[in-house]
Design a protein around this ligand. Structure first.
Ligand code: TYD
Length: 231
């Protein structure tokens, strides 16, 4: 990917990469971070749920069998609690220091997974999000979109032969969410696409099919266009 000298104009901006499980978000975040750093940008990369010592404990509860029996509302509040901690510990200070915050998921995930996927009203989630994040909102949320079949295939049918099989140390082998039904994942995808439709000033969709290098080019192009960066 070409270095982009004008990346520096992204100082103090908050960018989120989000999308359904299996969309290739982690690879894309790594490529984008590399690209930003090569362009002289001070990057603060965070992930959700987790990203802080407290948040990692909440992540353990949410994504393991210890979370059995969680009500959807409790689940939503736990994701928000993890996010509240992340905003205070990492995101706000980084933005105040002129860093570019690159986040792996944010409120957009809660709207898609617990909202459209889990049946909670978006207005409830947005009200909690306002309080939890002190209304710190991303400048841009990029949704990596692909058909559910392709996404589940990437994960190895959502758990059984999952990528995590080779990473038992991640502690997420029994990830509760990836094991939910296909129709849940269809709703989650719809939830992401609906957000892009409803909040067009802050969302962009990037097709996530194909070679990661090509997707990365498209992500970079999307950022250049969105922020009107001069090459
Ligand atoms: P993910 O980014 O997939 O982490 P990893 O790649 O390490 O497994 O996130 C874990 C799961 O959490 C994912 O299935 C989506 C889910 N999730 C929600 O349901 N709601 C939320 O608000 C967030 C942030 C994540």
């Amino acid at each position: 990917m070409e270095d982009h000298p004008s990346w520096r104009a992204l100082a103090g901006k908050f960018i989120v990469l989000d999308g359904p499980d299996g969309c290739g978000k982690t690879t894309q975040l790594a490529l984008l971070e590399q690209n930003f750093r090569a362009g002289g940008v001070a990057v603060c990369r965070v992930r959700e749920p987790g990203g802080t010592p407290i948040g990692e404990q909440i992540r353990g509860l949410l994504l393991s069998s210890r979370g059995e029996g969680l009500h959807m509302r409790t689940e939503m509040l736990l994701y928000m609690a993890s996010r509240a901690q992340l905003v205070q510990e990492q995101i706000k200070p980084a933005l105040a220091n002129g860093q570019t915050v690159l986040a792996d998921r944010y409120t957009s995930s809660t709207l898609a997974y617990q909202g459209t996927g889990g049946g909670l009203p978006w207005n409830d989630i947005l009200a909690v999000a306002r309080a939890a994040t002190e209304n710190v909102q991303p400048d841009l949320t990029i949704i990596l979109d692909l058909p559910v079949d392709k996404a589940l295939a990437r994960l190895g049918n959502g758990g059984k032969n999952s990528k995590r099989r080779n990473q038992p140390q991640s502690g997420l082998f029994h990830d509760r969410i990836e094991q939910r039904t296909k129709s849940y994942h269809e709703n989650v995808r719809r939830g992401f696409l609906l957000q892009a439709e409803q909040f067009p000033d802050h969302y962009r969709i990037v097709r996530a099919l194909g070679d990661p290098g090509a997707v990365a080019e498209h992500v970079a192009e999307t950022i250049v266009n969105f922020f009107h960066l001069v090459p």
